[in-house]
Design a protein. Structure first.
Length: 150
C-alpha cells in the first residue's frame, strides 16, 4: 500500500507530465499552422507589405477593405486606368488597396479621380510598393477582401 506522501508525489509527477505533453502538443500544432506558409494563401498576399505606404497615402485614417494584385492590362475601370496611364505604367502589375472613410483630394497623397469620396483606392507599383495615385470613389470599382474567410 502506498503512503499518502507517495500518492501525492505520483500525482504531482503525473500533472507535470500531462502539462508538458499539452504544451508540446500545442507548440507542435502552432508550428504546423505556420510552417512553410510565408503568405496568406491568396494571390494578393505580396501586396500586404505595401500596407504602411497605402495607410500613409490616406492619412492613416479609414478602414481597410482589402487588397488586390492585378496586371496593369486587367485594370479596366476608367478612373484607375487613367491614374495608371498618367503615371506612365503600361505593363507589369499594381497593388490596389481599398479604404472606407471620408476622403478629400486635399487629405490624400497623389489624388486622382473625384474631389471627395467615401472610398479610396491606393494604387502602388508592384513589387516596389511606391505610390502611383490615390483614387477616390463613391462605389468600389472591383471586389476587395476575402469574404469567404472567417
Amino acid at each position: 500500500m502506498l503512503s499518502t506522501a507517495e500518492r501525492a508525489s505520483r500525482a504531482r509527477r503525473a500533472r507535470r507530465w500531462l502539462a508538458a505533453a499539452l504544451i508540446a502538443a500545442s507548440l507542435t500544432t502552432l508550428a504546423g499552422c505556420s510552417a512553410g506558409r510565408a503568405s496568406l494563401g491568396t494571390s494578393d498576399a505580396p501586396c500586404y507589405v505595401a500596407l504602411p505606404t497605402a495607410a500613409r497615402a490616406v492619412g492613416s485614417h479609414g478602414r481597410l477593405l482589402g487588397v488586390r494584385l492585378l496586371a496593369v492590362s486587367s485594370v479596366t475601370y476608367r478612373r484607375l486606368d487613367a491614374a495608371i496611364d498618367q503615371a506612365g505604367l503600361s505593363s507589369g502589375r499594381v497593388c490596389l488597396v481599398a479604404f472606407s472613410g471620408t476622403f478629400s483630394a486635399s487629405s490624400v497623397d497623389k489624388p486622382a479621380g473625384r474631389r471627395f469620396g467615401h472610398l479610396a483606392v491606393v494604387v502602388l507599383r508592384y513589387p516596389s510598393g511606391s505610390l502611383v495615385a490615390t483614387v477616390l470613389f463613391r462605389r468600389l470599382p472591383t471586389r476587395f477582401g476575402h469574404p469567404h474567410l472567417g
